[in-house]
Design a protein around this ligand. Structure first.
Ligand SMILES: [Zn+2]
Length: 265
């Protein structure tokens, strides 16, 4: 071998070694544990906080995606092609669950939302204190998410209702003394029937954008419909929820070029 051949041979070995070590590095990063028994929380000072959700386990990688929620709603453009929300309200009996992250109300079948020709069924609603979405940088005291699902596609449409501290909320009053106090505790009451129509504001103007679940696995399957008009609940009512779920708002996520549209009558 002449001198230049030796140089090429060494360069070749070097590249192979570098390539192999780089590839190994990537593969190690991709080997995440199963999400069974994986815990997450809202505290970024811990390793299970929101900044780390996407790296906790194999099914939570969407949390590091580019189509995440919540967001700060700002600069929305009016879109005359948007339609008003068409919701058919049924009555549901009461099934409240404290899942350790939120207070969730599982609803009986019967309430549907039709949006852009697709019908979604209300499965549950749950609360965040303070709000997850912000509007022009302003946070609200609470936000309620009404989770609707299209059974054939699995896609979700979630109506977000912002809550300001103010007057006592008659709808929440039905449940306020029955909120399950500990994780995994439940409260069921077949005699306590309600319609979510009694909670939603009369004005259903909304902001909409494409996003995700705001908790792991952060699946990017959500059409968000955040109502522009907040409702009110008393300081004591909001505190009752906050005392159980603590601060359960994921920080707002980068838009990554998404547009926010606004429907108004
Ligand atoms: Zn939520």
């Amino acid at each position: 071998m002449n001198k230049s051949s030796y140089v090429n041979w060494f360069l070749g070995i070097g590249c192979l070694v570098l390539f192999a070590s780089c590839k190994d590095g990537n593969e190690n990063e991709d080997v995440l544990p199963s999400c069974t028994d994986v815990h997450w929380n809202y505290d970024n000072a811990t390793e299970d906080g929101p900044d780390h959700w996407g790296k906790l386990c194999v099914d939570y990688t969407d949390c590091s995606g580019a189509v995440q929620s919540p967001i700060n709603i700002s600069g929305a453009s009016d879109d005359a092609s948007l339609e008003s929300l068409v919701e058919v309200f049924g009555n549901s009996t009461t099934h409240i669950v404290n899942n350790g992250h939120t207070i969730q109300f599982n609803t009986d079948a019967g309430t549907t939302l039709t949006y852009k020709g697709v019908t979604y069924t209300l499965l549950q609603f749950h609360t965040h204190t303070p709000s997850e979405h912000t509007v022009n940088g302003v946070s609200y005291d609470m936000e309620v998410h009404f989770v609707h699902k299209n059974e054939s596609t699995g896609k979700l449409a979630v109506i977000g209702v912002l809550v300001n501290e103010g007057a006592d909320n008659a709808f929440l009053d039905h449940f306020i003394h029955h909120l399950p106090a500990t994780a995994d505790a439940k409260y069921d009451d077949a005699a306590l029937s309600f319609s979510i129509a009694d909670f939603l504001p009369a004005n259903k103007n909304y902001f909409t954008y494409g996003g995700s679940l705001t908790t792991p696995p952060c699946s990017e399957i959500v059409t968000w419909l955040v109502l522009e008009t907040p409702v009110e609940a008393s300081h004591a009512q909001i505190e009752d929820f906050h005392a159980l779920e603590h601060s359960n708002n994921r920080p707002v996520q980068d838009l990554h070029g998404r547009t926010i549209k606004r429907f108004h009558m």
